[in-house]
Design a protein around this ligand. Structure first.
Ligand SMILES: [Zn+2]
Ligand SMILES: [Zn+2]
Length: 256
């Protein structure tokens, strides 16, 4: 028997099939975004909470010796790997017992932004860029104590707090770089070195025919090179949002 989420996605797909991306965005805003959603409060909440965690944890990470500071490059590396794995699998392969990541990411984010329409047009589009508030809250309440424990085992109390700082910093970096990838190509912010190439990298990931196979890294593309998922062809296939529908239908079938 089909569950409620599957039926709702299949009904949305019927609409999605018939609309171009711009029209789809109008429909989505009208029908899928809560009337209570505040375009500015959403990123404000995310960044305020992450910044607060960064400030508290760095102020408690004392003394900062070399062994503790080594957690920073380690986190940059591990963060890239973790994002790669989460993005490649649960966000792009629908899991029977936890379909939420796929439904939020592939079904919604990838339909709202495709290769031809990667740019957000205004604050209302933030709804489909930043993580939902409860993911950030869960990160703080559930994941940060784990990071603290691991850092503590590695190098005592300062290691615990510094590892929390590194994790929150990487999460902030993710939100900033992902937002940058969806800005207009001529936006002044993209003059920051590296952002233009990450935007191009992520734009290719949003191509409906390539999204489940290429360019999963966000902050920098290291593990796409390591695992051979960096898109290196010069040519791009033609984009058609029918490929998005096919991907979702295939995943719905496999996960039920
Ligand atoms: Zn994106
Ligand atoms: Zn994706």
């Amino acid at each position: 028997m089909k569950n409620h989420t599957v039926i709702s996605i299949q009904e949305d797909l019927k609409v999605s099939k018939s609309l171009g991306t711009i029209k789809f965005r109008e429909w989505y805003q009208e029908n899928k975004v809560s009337k209570k959603h505040s375009p500015w409060l959403h990123p404000l909440f995310n960044f305020a909470l992450l910044t607060l965690i960064c400030v508290i944890s760095i102020s408690k990470a004392d003394p900062l010796n070399l062994k503790t500071v080594l957690l920073f490059p380690l986190t940059l590396l591990l963060g890239n790997l973790v994002v790669f794995l989460l993005h490649r699998y649960p966000l792009h392969r629908r899991m029977k017992f936890f379909p939420f990541p796929y439904d939020e990411h592939t079904v919604q984010h990838h339909r709202y932004y495709d290769f031809a329409n990667i740019t957000l047009t205004g604050p209302r589009d933030f709804a489909n860029i930043f993580f939902p508030w409860f993911i950030i809250a869960s990160f703080v309440v559930l994941a940060c104590p784990v990071f603290w424990g691991l850092g503590f085992i590695y190098n005592g109390v300062s290691g615990g707090w510094f590892f929390v700082f590194c994790a929150a910093f990487y999460f902030t970096l993710y939100e900033v770089v992902h937002l940058s990838c969806h800005l207009d190509k001529d936006h002044w912010w993209l003059k920051v070195p590296g952002l233009k190439s990450m935007r191009h990298h992520h734009r290719i990931h949003h191509h409906h025919r390539l999204m489940s196979r290429y360019n999963f890294c966000i902050v920098y593309p290291l593990f796409d090179y390591v695992f051979g998922t960096k898109y290196l062809e010069r040519e791009l296939p033609e984009e058609n949002h029918r490929d998005h529908t096919l991907d979702v239908e295939k995943n719905l079938k496999q996960s039920n």
